[in-house]
Design a protein around this ligand. Sequence first.
Ligand code: N01
Length: 539
Amino acid sequence: MTQGSSAGQPDFDAVIVGAGFAGMYMLHRLRKLGLSVRVFETGDGVGGTWYWNRYPGARCDVESLEYQYGFSDEIQKGWTWTERYAAQPEILRYQNYVADKLDLRKDIQFETRVTAAKYDAQSGLWTVETDKGDRLRTRFCVMATGCLSAARVPDFKGIGDFAGKWYHTGNWPHEGVDFTGKRVAVIGTGSSGIQSIPVIADQAAHLTIFQRTANFTLPAGNKPLSREEVARTKETLLADRERARQTRGGLICFDYNEALAEEMTPEAREKELAARWTQGGFAFLGAYGDLMATKEANDIAADFARAQMRARVAKPEIAEKLMPYDHPVGVKRLCLDTGYLEIFNQPNVELVDVRETPIERITKAGVLCGGKEYEADAIVFATGFDAMTGAILGVDITGRDGEKLREKWAAGPRTYLGLGSAGFPNLFFITGPGSPSVLSNMIVSIEQHVDWITDCISKLTSGNIRSIEATKDAEDAWVAHVNELAAESLYPQANSWYMGANIPSKPQVFMPYPGGVDVYGQKLAEVAAADYEGFLLGA
Ligand code: N01
């Protein structure tokens, strides 16, 4: 436990909250600057999202060869991915390999949750408190808390009455769960549900799936990577990463077709959609230039996707229930699955549409829905996260004038560039709301932010500048800009976690920046080159 040093003196130059991909790289960069750094991490190991999400079937939906750090040739050359889409255990092993390689753990305090951070304008220091009783001062505070890390179980009545065991996909027991011979209920059919359901269906005696929104899903096409593919990437990764930064999504595994839907013949469109559907992954959303921009263009792709999905389910009435009709394709996170729709052809699998018959409560024996009790020995909540803001606001953050971040963000997050918030000096968010984050390859966006924050802190320390803080004007303009871009897109047409719509009490604001990693990166560079225009530098 660390108790603060004498008044006015920091205990550490920087505190980083979280030891996932973002916190690990931030630690590495700040240490290289010669700063003293302490990382606090709730888990007992590194990994963040990949430490917690150990549910059966958990796998990344970005290809392994792109979902890795791109800052060190030595690190990437020393690691060999085995599958096109890495499973959670392999990603966690990779993160531990990086932690070993960079000797990161000596500066990480595990099993410690940061509970509060308060800025003192006089000393220019943050006081950080933890659930283990630490209380220390730091000059810089970096929230590397992840976008999808605050797991959320909905407020169902009666959970406490349930006689069996229940689990949340985002907080899965480390020892694993054996569902063999059990009656299992899964609530939620987003990415986590769609990945875990086929594995659970293989084990369970009976599986009941409670679906509120049918989702677009396409076969992941996972496969072992060939030696040649891996070897090729080892030669090109650093250049590939540079190219990825110049793309919309931080990915180079596919290109966007710039032609508009109406400029293509129906045959050419069909061919393009089919090729991208077979390729797997997010390539499908780049089949033509206006696929994510106009409803008419999107409808063509959505019809195509539904036809592909329908063909995988034997019974037409079940297939129909699994068809997403209420939102354009791609505006909720597109799901990649391995055998998801086919499991509805199994006799031990039952689908309950909770829009037709809402869940009334959890009972001692299972789930009461539409007046019928579905008995279960175990319930899996694949119900998602308090996304993007949940983990940040989980810490009681108090800024320069005593303002609470929770209050400031009560009507939705307010940041400049997703990096900082006015009134909260020297507080940085990695992939915060207002940045491309969840709409991109997270590793590319994490590196983009960590590099920018490192350069910024380096300039402050070398220039004896005490603090940096977003101005209110720049922040207001940025929030308005993000809202305008979102309004011009199809994103607001879905009740998605991008909009905060999965949490009844959450304000509905589109949170990520939808303008692309390339455009955003350009903006970051311009701001830094213009002496941090839009930020206030304190002497
Ligand atoms: O969570 P989700 P997730 N009653 O919010 C339903 C990333 N990720 O953990 O859509 C009944 O998407 C909810 O219904 P609805 C990825 O970015 C990546 O699956 O709100 N149902 C929905 O079906 C992803 O998008 C990977 O109507 C309720 C589900 O629960 C993000 O994490 C893998 C309900 C929640 O889906 C989150 O995915 C996994 C209620 N009260 C996750 N409340 C990969 O890389 C919620 N639901 C592959």
